[in-house]
Ligand binder design. Structure first.
Ligand code: FES
Length: 85
């Protein structure tokens, strides 16, 4: 079955959680509920991606977002989806 939503991955391993993945998840979830990404993207939490030195780590469109922040990560998703704002 074809999926119309962009899949994004966020590591939820302990190092990434300690480095801010929890707040990235929280902000992304609120963007997915009511922001411009609503219905356009699906967050999948992963186990450790074995890149802990670059924590927090996410993946958008086959690219790693290393040492990312919530605004950087959300901007990368918006770029991938051609969403403004
Ligand atoms: S805990 Fe996230 S890459 Fe290892």
């Amino acid at each position: 079955m074809k999926h119309n939503r962009q899949l994004v991955f966020l590591c939820s391993g302990s190092d990434c959680k300690g480095a801010g993945a929890k707040s990235i998840k929280k902000e992304l979830k609120s963007e997915l509920k009511s922001g411009s990404l609503k219905g356009r993207c699906k967050l999948i939490e992963t186990k450790c991606l074995d890149m802990c030195k670059s924590a927090p780590v996410g993946i958008v469109e086959n690219f790693f977002c290393k040492k990312t922040t919530s605004s950087q990560f959300i901007n990368e998703i918006k770029k991938a989806l051609n969403v403004q704002g």
